[in-house]
Design a protein around this ligand. Sequence first.
Ligand code: E4P
Length: 220
Amino acid sequence: MEFFIDTADLEQIKIAHSMGILDGVTTNPSLMSTIGIKGKKQIMKHYLDICSIVDGPVSAEVLSTDYKGMVSEGEELNDLHRNIIVKLPMTQDGVKAIRHLSNMGIRTNCTLVFSVGQALVAAKAGATYVSPFVGRLDDVSSDGLSLIKEIKQVYLNYDKCQLDTKILAASIRNQMHIINCAKIGADVITAPLNVLQSLINHPLTDIGMNKFIEDTKKFI
Ligand code: E4P
């Protein structure tokens, strides 16, 4: 399973990268606005900054909502750096743009996916990644992990010549989401830094470490 960090914050990306377990990065317009990025020039530079930290897939979302705009932005983002994955929404124009970009050999991530039908369409359109939002489904009392399980089941029914899309479980809110996605066999999870870090922590590890430190003092 690959680990992506879901942030546009360069310091957090650096911390996650220094842990040695980071495979890629996902961003979205909300995450970009949180860190105060403004204007096309800054946006493009920011993606290059992210790519200079992590040598792996970096999802950069198109801001246009119409087919033509998405395609031209997608081409521009793809030209920016070899690690950029063009992120597009699950809308009719988005699907059309994914098909077009995919025909050109450009890698895409279909975002805002909340149903198996949408995941099937994303795969049919040739998306490299599909991003089902686990946490946002849980937020509305639906079951985000069941969606991951069902998408996995559907994709497994077909060989890679027919459907070749990776499941990128998004909107991950806690370590149980990650563990359950791993049990299901999601290809990738994308999570905030604190959730990735929470995988490392265990109270018994802390107690054990403190005891080792105390006992070390007795013979050093
Ligand atoms: C996916 O790529 C999105 O950026 C993200 O995972 C959404 O997460 P949220 O529901 O916590 O905003």
